[in-house]
Design a protein around this ligand. Structure first.
Ligand SMILES: [Zn+2]
Length: 302
């Protein structure tokens, strides 16, 4: 037999131990199949005993029943790392995956949650209620408008200067990138659970980024709004499975809408510039006067 034939079979299922970096529990190798069933927080995983693992397998098998009945009613996408949370509204379940292939949690396991923009709270939820904090992100994004305008102007100036000596663009200007830090980096989501294998699940959602070639406050705010819609979807989903029928002094979905409108209705600093562009389009006959008026109203938030 081969080099590795001396390895004893898996003490749990009698299966074959992998030749490649097999996992150990209390110094004993377990097979990949058994290992693939482990889904718990790192701290608990590190301290897992053989006895504890057997107990976990009972939990795992029971959890299989929840996986089998899982019907996806909502899927929240966290972007960059493809993190997803799926919800089953009928059975009040959720799972941190795009399919119910990891531990399925019951709504009652969720004790509270927080969603922050970096360290600034945006949402807090528990059986006490759900609270939304006013974000300063749109405001802070708009406050960057002068810096952005300055950047664009400097670059335009550099381009002109660049062309002055020989009439050609030497492409030096294309190397200038906008690197002013965004108002915030990530939405930090924390789910606090009352569960034997998980006490907290943390996941991040990337905040919007300025285009470092063509930074634009409007684009930023638009992208921010899209992220907020996803966050609101998450809050409503968490409320649906865990905190249904909580006191009314906190938000309902209508409050969410109202606040959302606030974000849009503040006229962007460079709205005037945008309007000029549309006016030019109208004068060239590309858009009609009516379309121009509509766009103008939209840009001014009136
Ligand atoms: Zn095994």
């Amino acid at each position: 037999m081969g080099l590795f034939s001396k390895k004893s079979p898996c003490p749990i299922c009698g299966g074959k131990i992998s030749w490649f970096l097999p996992t150990k529990i209390e110094g004993e190798y377990i097979c990949d199949t058994c290992n693939s069933k482990i889904d718990m927080e790192n701290d608990k995983r590190i301290h897992l005993t053989m006895q504890g693992f057997k107990k976990y397998l009972t939990f795992y098998n029971q959890n299989q029943l929840l996986k089998d009945q899982f019907v996806i009613s909502e899927r929240i996408d966290f972007g960059l790392w493809d993190t997803k949370i799926i919800f089953d509204y009928k059975h009040k379940l959720f799972c941190m995956s795009k399919n119910p292939d990891k531990t399925v949690f019951e709504g009652k396991h969720l004790k509270s949650f927080t969603i922050k923009e970096d360290s600034m709270p945006l949402f807090e939820g528990s059986a006490e209620g759900i609270r939304r904090y006013t974000s300063t992100v749109p405001e802070r994004a708009m406050a960057l408008a002068p810096q952005i305008a300055q950047f664009m102007m400097n670059r335009e100036m550099a381009r002109v200067v660049d062309k002055m000596d020989d009439g050609n663009e030497n492409r030096i200007t294309s190397m200038q990138y906008f690197d002013i830090p965004e108002p915030f980096q990530t939405f930090n989501v924390e789910l606090h659970l009352d569960h034997p294998y998980w006490t907290v699940i943390k996941c991040d959602m990337e905040g919007p980024r300025f285009d470092n070639n063509r930074p634009d406050v409007n684009d930023y705010i638009r992208e921010y709004k899209r992220s907020i819609e996803e966050i609101e979807k998450l809050v409503i989903a968490l409320k649906t499975i865990s905190f249904q029928g909580i006191p009314g002094r906190f938000m309902g979905s209508s409050t969410v809408r109202a606040q959302e409108v606030n974000i849009v209705s503040a006229p962007p600093v460079d709205a005037i510039e945008e309007i000029k562009k549309y006016k030019a389009l109208m004068e060239e006959g590309i858009i009609s006067q009516k379309e121009f008026e509509a766009k103008k109203k939209q840009l001014l938030g009136i």
